[in-house]
Design a protein around this ligand. Structure first.
Ligand code: SF4
Length: 431
């Protein structure tokens, strides 16, 4: 779905000599994909994609068709127009928004989501959002962000959406100290973390995005940011500009990542070492026991990541350190060092780290390496399977609850499944 970018060069960095940097054709989904998990989380928001039929097909097939509920996403399909027709385009958009809001009083926040067809690029969606905000003032908040495949990979849609919310967050009083967890989490995972923070004595904890767009958390000098996802660099920078402080931590994948993540909050809120140990010992031990089985299945196996979700580095760290796998190549679309500093410290250092993509080069290296498992986008998975390479769709790692102690084994299971499936197929064909 993503348009190729111009092929440029492959070079290695200066201070980052060991990182292979590539700019070429990419094989990734666009940022519209984020609507799939964002619309489930923000229950009173609506995502109106301003795009083409292709965009409508992508969102519809990724999110599935809702039969029983009123949908919370749609696509305003704009037909091909020249610049002279843009006034009509704006009128058409206003008409669609007015009709939608008249029919759906439950919508408190409307996101106009930009895409990459040329007729949409000509349209100034920021201006449209402002114009419509004035027209519907007091009734609904109207924001815009881009999910265009030219500008975004699939997880960056969430970064753009949350960044659009930051100016809307109320100002937090300078005397209040609070913890803000940033990144979409399944409600069940959010509840688990909330319980752990509460047991540690950290009471003022908020999540962005919240479950309802009308309940936006406040931000200010006393806000401590804990990122739940590594792909939210732009949102984090906007929150830092509002006075917040970023807590440096690994991401809460696996036991080690979750412990490090919780420890960062505990340190910032002066939780004693004894209390931290009391709160985390049991769930961490339970998760470690659940991982033993997966270490047997995955230990010693070689894995490569093609750049897609921006989760590649934390996941490679988890699989190497807790499941005994060997990462051959870890490719990521963007390497945001500030967001990954704690993760890079934990990574083994023997893997080939690559940033960006030139898909043909990457496939050549992959065929040469022949890892036991390749994590990649949907578009590459089937051809690679046909070449005898086992694959895992990276998009599943975003759609499945995988954060925290209770989900550590579920995360390992996602990587074990391709091996058990292959084993079953082999057994059937032998019998
Ligand atoms: S935004 Fe661009 S890449 Fe994404 S579905 Fe629409 S046309 Fe395709």
């Amino acid at each position: 779905m993503n348009k190729p970018v111009q092929v440029q060069s492959v070079d290695s960095g200066c201070s980052d000599d060991l990182i292979l940097r590539e700019r070429g054709q990419r094989e990734v989904f666009c940022g519209l994909t984020g609507i799939v998990w964002l619309h489930r989380k923000l229950q009173d928001a609506f995502f109106l994609v301003v795009g083409s039929r292709t965009c409508a097909h992508l969102v519809q097939s990724a999110a599935g068709v809702m039969i029983f509920a009123e949908p919370r996403f749609a696509t305003a399909v704009l037909q091909d127009r020249d610049l002279a027709g843009m006034a009509d385009c704006n009128e058409e958009l206003d008409r669609i928004v007015n009709e939608l809001l008249a029919r759906r009083p439950d919508i408190s926040t409307l996101f106009l989501v930009g895409s990459c067809p040329s007729e949409v690029i000509k349209l100034d969606l920021a201006n449209a959002a402002q114009r419509l905000s004035v027209a519907h003032h007091g009734r609904v908040r109207i924001l815009n962000y881009s999910g265009s495949g030219i500008e975004t990979t699939f997880t960056q849609g969430e970064d753009n959406c949350l960044k659009a919310l930051v100016p809307e967050l109320p100002e937090q009083s300078a005397t209040v100290k609070s913890l803000l967890v940033v990144g979409t989490l399944a409600d069940v995972v959010e509840d688990q973390f909330m319980r752990l923070f509460s047991e540690m004595g950290i009471e003022s904890v908020h999540f962005l995005p919240p479950r309802r767009a009308t309940e936006l958390p406040a931000v200010g000098d006393g806000t401590r940011l804990l990122l739940a996802q590594p792909f939210l660099g732009e949102t984090a920078r906007s929150l830092l500009a509002r006075g917040a402080t970023l807590l440096e931590a690994p991401y809460p994948f696996g036991v080690e990542g979750t412990l490090g993540w919780l420890q960062a909050a505990a340190t910032a809120f002066e939780v004693s070492a004894q209390r931290f140990e009391t709160v985390t010992a049991m769930p961490a031990a339970r998760a470690e026991r659940a991982l033993v089985h997966y270490r047997e299945l995955l230990g010693g196996k070689r894995i490569s990541f093609l750049p897609d979700s921006q989760l590649e580095i934390p996941l490679a760290r988890f699989l190497q350190r807790e499941c005994g796998m060997h990462a051959v190549e870890v490719g990521t679309p963007y390497l945001d060092r500030r967001m990954l500093v704690a993760e890079l410290d934990l990574l083994g250092g023997h893997e080939r780290l690559s940033e960006g993509q030139d898909v043909e080069n990457q496939l050549d290296r992959l065929r040469n390496d022949r890892p036991d498992l390749t994590v990649c986008g949907l578009g590459l998975a089937n051809p690679l399977e046909a070449e005898g390479l086992a694959t895992k769709w990276s998009i599943e790692l975003v759609f499945t609850p995988v954060h925290g102690f209770e989900q550590a084994a579920d995360l390992a299971e996602l990587f074990a499944r391709p091996f058990t499936r292959r084993e079953r197929l082999r057994f059937r064909s032998c019998s």
